[in-house]
Design a protein around this ligand. Structure first.
Ligand SMILES: [Zn+2]
Length: 329
């Protein structure tokens, strides 16, 4: 009997994707259909204990909502950022939520009385993109999320490997520019110190002296902004496309570094499809056209992977948490 055959007609799983600022939550049917969504603030400044209580309350509320609607909640999936020990169900470490060795799976299973699975936000996002999104139909997918940091998930036949210590996929800390910009991890020249959305904005500000008192970045086609608001990575992409030299240089350096990082990924994993998501993917062809060319340029004997934009947007983590719960039920 397949899992779909085993599912009752009213079965749903409860899914939560916990981020530094917000939680995306859903009730999802075994066929992947979302029947209800909610969003809640994480309010991480309250400390990890309060965040854990909110997670448990929200999960319990979703299970109650399901029952009130005549559905049968059968499992719970929770995705969190940082270092996650999926096998033990422990949120080991998280910079933006403050988790330190929180046994979240067992706490939630006890509170809700449901089979519960804990996953890593980027790995479950990759799982969802590989199974339901831009990587659908291909067995070997590398999902790379580029936002304030850069992280990846290697998904083979619908399962993402977590590594021996829950820390697989840290492609943002591949060394691409020895002696380059200082990374948040303390080393110089990591990929995310050159090519994350926040690194692009920071490097452009440094290059132009932009900011409330800066002047060097002004006077271009779009100027530095009369308000002195720092340019975002998206602004840098726009200004690069408009021909502003400093923006074009910072953007090109980021694309070249990303191509180096993805080429390393392809040498290690030999995937069919590289799916790029996160905020930087919003740049569209301004990112994907030069990045695809630079990546393919770096392939010698390696097969060129398909390079595509993520399809599920910020729902990927929540859908991935649902998939984990459906797999575990
Ligand atoms: Zn680093």
């Amino acid at each position: 009997m397949s899992p779909a055959d085993a599912a009752g007609p009213a079965d749903v799983v409860v899914a939560l994707d916990v981020g530094g600022t917000g939680m995306k939550c859903a009730l999802v049917r075994p066929d992947g259909t979302t029947v209800h969504t909610e969003r809640h603030p994480t309010d991480a400044g309250r400390g990890p204990d309060a965040v854990v209580e909110t997670i448990l309350d929200v999960a319990e509320g979703l299970a109650g909502k399901a029952r009130a609607d005549g559905r049968d909640p059968v499992a719970l999936g929770i995705a969190v950022p940082g270092v996650v020990d999926e096998a033990a169900g422990v949120a080991v470490w998280s910079a933006n939520v403050g988790f330190r060795d929180v046994p979240l799976r067992d706490l939630a299973a006890e509170r809700l009385g449901l089979p519960t699975v804990l996953g890593h936000d980027v790995r479950v996002g990759g799982l969802a993109e590989a199974r339901l999104g831009a990587g659908r139909g291909t067995g070997h997918v590398l999902f790379v999320a580029i936002g304030t940091g850069i992280a990846a998930a290697h998904v083979v036949d619908g399962a993402a490997a977590s590594g021996a210590h829950g820390a697989a996929g840290e492609i943002g800390h591949v060394l691409v520019r020895p002696g380059g910009p200082r990374c948040g991890c303390g080393r110089d020249g990591c990929l995310e110190a050159v090519a994350s959305a926040s690194a692009i904005a920071r490097r452009y500000a440094e290059a132009t002296g932009a900011g409330p008192t800066g002047t060097a970045g002004r006077g271009g086609p779009t100027g530095g902004g009369p308000t002195g608001t720092p340019a975002s990575a998206a602004d840098v992409a726009d200004r690069a496309a408009a021909g502003e030299p400093a923006a074009a240089r910072v953007w090109a350096e980021a694309v070249e570094a990303l191509a180096d990082g993805l080429a390393t990924g392809q040498a290690l994993y030999d995937v069919e499809t590289v799916v790029v998501g996160g905020g930087l993917a919003q740049a569209g062809p301004r990112l994907f056209d030069p990045l695809r060319a630079a990546l393919h340029e770096r392939m010698t004997f390696h097969r060129r992977p398909r390079l595509v934009a993520a399809a599920l947007g910020d729902e990927a983590g929540c859908l991935g948490a649902a998939l984990l719960a459906l797999d575990a039920r």
